[in-house]
Design a protein around this ligand. Structure first.
Ligand code: PLP
Ligand code: COI
Length: 355
């Protein structure tokens, strides 16, 4: 395994005064990880350096054609003061899955996890202690060739930055209101929907603005072909409790295979709760809401954790779910997942790893 060279900052930045007011992704720690790729050489020069702007040509290909991928994971402060990661190997596996779609050369997954560990260890004092707060970890890779031709990059940069964060949604565990988008689409099968790449999020902004203007915090995407099936929310996968069954859209190439989604499905299975991954039509969902079959709804994601959904707006109709309060299964999943992530509960699956 390559070694990682270290250059420490001369003067540490002041830490946030109030860990209950961190917001999301606004504050960055003292150090970052960098590594270069050059065709014919491979990934090289792994280093931890002071957090600072990265010099980039105005002709850098990522700025023009969006050849970029990223990940999102967290470090959690356990009750014993130790720091834990949650299934980090799955993030690096997905980084390479995204990279494959965007012609970005793979990184050594075990090495990338080790880079996260070393960086988090260096900035360990930045891992918050406040309830619900954590250190968000953002690995990303972008094309840095100075070149305006459209082709896969020969020079790329892999970076990891860290940001102490609170709840992704300002209301914390308060149910969010979701707007079903029927005009714009985020991704289609065959496209890049299953990857974490910048363009997917750029494609979401217009509808996000529309939803916000109507008083809703997030967009629920429908499939890009028939505009009929539920896909996912801006930064979360979605689950619905219909009767006694939990339903989540199947992974068919246009939505992200969330690590939180997978963990929820595994938890539900271990509890003997019936869960289905299948195409879920908007019509079935709205009918379920009208007829009382739709008991609970929630989103799942690293940033969003488990977020109860209190209302779904679809055209002129608004379905209020579970009286806009958190449902019992949603609560149980939230408690189980966060218990494991923060090292507060037994971890029968071995998902939580000390750094
Ligand atoms: N869907 C999208 C579009 C996301 O950006 C995220 C966040 O990463 C998720 C789903 C949830 O994925 P995960 O649980 O791996 O964070
Ligand atoms: C995450 O949950 O890690 C995400 O990537 C969400 C992000 C778009 C803020």
């Amino acid at each position: 395994m390559q070694t990682i060279s270290v250059e420490r900052v001369a003067v540490l930045k002041p830490k946030p005064q109030d860990e209950n007011e961190l917001g999301f992704g606004r504050i960055f720690t003292d150090h970052m990880f960098l590594m270069d790729y050059d065709a014919g050489v491979g990934w090289h020069d792994a280093r931890i350096v002071p957090f600072a702007p990265i010099p980039l040509s105005p002709a850098a290909m990522c700025l023009h054609y969006g050849q970029e991928i990223f990940e999102g994971m967290k470090a959690y402060r356990a009750p014993d003061g130790g720091i834990r990661l949650f299934r980090p190997e799955l993030n690096m596996e997905r980084l390479n899955l995204s990279g494959n779609r965007l012609c970005i050369p793979p990184v050594d997954e075990a090495f990338a996890v080790e880079a996260v560990r070393q960086l988090v260890r260096m900035d360990a004092d930045w891992v918050p202690r406040a309830e619900g707060a954590s250190l968000y970890i953002r690995p990303f890779i972008f094309a840095a060739d100075e070149q305006l031709g459209v082709h896969p990059a020969k020079h790329l940069i892999f970076s990891i930055i860290l940001s102490p964060v609170g709840a992704y949604f300002p209301g914390g565990l308060d149910p969010v209101k979701i707007y079903v988008e029927q005009e714009y689409v985020r991704a289609v099968r065959g496209g890049m929907g299953y990857t974490k790449t910048a363009g997917n999020y750029a494609a979401s902004l217009k509808a996000q603005e529309k939803a916000n203007a109507a008083g809703y915090s997030q967009v629920l995407w429908l499939d890009g072909i028939e505009h009929k099936y539920i896909e996912e929310v801006g930064a979360m996968n979605v689950f619905f409790v219909l009767g006694d069954t939990v339903v989540t859209p199947a992974l068919q190439g246009s939505i992200l295979g969330g690590i939180t989604r997978r963990s929820c499905l595994e938890l539900l299975q271990s509890w003997g709760v019936r869960a289905e991954e299948r195409p879920l039509a908007l019509a079935e969902l709205m009918e379920g809401a009208r007829g009382g079959r739709l008991k609970e709804a929630f989103g799942s994601g690293t940033a969003a954790v488990i977020s109860p959904i209190g209302a779904l707006r679809c055209g002129e109709e608004e379905a209020v779910i579970n009286g806009s309060t958190i449902g019992s299964l949603t609560r149980r999943l939230y408690d189980a997942l966060t218990g494991i992530q923060w090292g507060r509960a037994p971890d029968p699956f071995g998902w939580s790893v000390a750094i």
